[in-house]
Design a protein around this ligand. Structure first.
Ligand SMILES: N[C@@H](CCC(=O)N[C@@H](CS)C(=O)NCC(=O)O)C(=O)O
Length: 273
């Protein structure tokens, strides 16, 4: 990477979208262990991590940053992850604000380092973009479901108890499953050849990290397996494979993986799908 650029990731390590970055850093070998990630230590002096934690306020929440003297400016973004690219000679700053774009960018920057998570061939890249786009669209559908099916998330989203809708939950859930079937079909060749969802990579790639983080987060917070339907069995098997990565159990199965006050429930009986 150009020596005059300092990259800073703003990560709420326990969150959904930052989790994509966590997985990427570990697979790429830019952090040496889950513990170093939690401590905010990388193996490249041009890449730093500012860890964010949630600070509840009467109007919602603020981010508390570690180190404290490097907060995420509200006018830049209120969401994590964020990547700041600072030119160390001119002081100029640019920001990338979407998790999947951050990873695609970092893959280019670290093209000579660690395993490739983005395929080299143009066509494989186009299909990767199709898949990541489809996953992101369907992440929204999963949110439509929990917005109605989870009492705590409904309240957080400003939906009154009497406004919670069985129809909205059902349509969200069904659209999500339909979208995931697309992902599974489009990634069929890759799954059959390497066992991973990203075409043209040897191991797990961008599609895999983008998807696994969604699957894992919704399980931790809501106890919800988004691949529970029979037609998503290949994805359920793929996720078991992802959980076999060397760092998985240390990162994801230790104590304090998620703050207990941010564990929510789903009314499965009322919102049956
Ligand atoms: N589309 C964004 C979503 C990021 C996002 O929603 N992050 C959550 C934490 S996992 C957040 O920061 N929410 C607070 C907010 O959006 O203000 C991405 O892919 O990065």
């Amino acid at each position: 990477m150009p020596m005059n650029e300092q990259l800073t990731l703003f990560l709420w390590l326990q969150g959904l979208f930052p989790r994509r970055v966590n997985y990427w850093l570990l697979i790429k070998g830019l952090v040496s262990s889950p513990q170093d990630l939690k401590d905010g230590k990388t193996l490249d002096s041009n890449l730093s991590i500012v860890r964010l934690s949630i600070n509840m306020t009467p109007n919602g929440f603020d981010w508390k940053s570690n180190p404290e003297n490097d907060p995420l400016p509200k006018e830049i973004s209120t969401s994590s992850p964020c990547l700041r690219v600072r030119n160390t000679q001119t002081g100029d700053e640019r920001w990338i604000r979407e998790s999947s774009s951050i990873l695609a960018y970092l893959e280019e920057v670290y093209t000579d380092r660690g395993p490739a998570l983005n395929p080299k061939a143009l066509l494989d890249r186009a299909v990767t973009n199709d898949l990541v786009g489809q996953i992101n669209l369907n992440a929204i559908e999963s949110v439509s479901y929990i917005r109605h099916a989870s009492p705590q998330f409904a309240a957080f989203a400003g939906i009154k108890e009497e406004e919670r809708s069985q129809a909205a939950a059902r349509v969200g859930y069904q659209s999500m499953v339909k979208g995931f079937v697309k992902v599974q079909t489009w990634a069929g060749d890759a799954l059959a050849t390497t066992g991973w969802l990203t075409p043209g990579t040897h191991g797990p790639g961008l599609v895999d990290v983008n998807f696994a983080a969604l699957r894992r987060y919704l399980e931790i917070v809501y106890g919800w397996d988004i691949f529970e339907k029979e037609e998503l069995k290949p994805l359920a098997e793929w996720y078991e494979r992802f959980k076999g990565l060397s760092w998985w159990s240390t990162l994801e199965e230790g104590p304090n993986v998620h703050p207990p006050e941010l564990r929510f429930s789903i009314d499965k009986d009322r919102f049956e799908v």
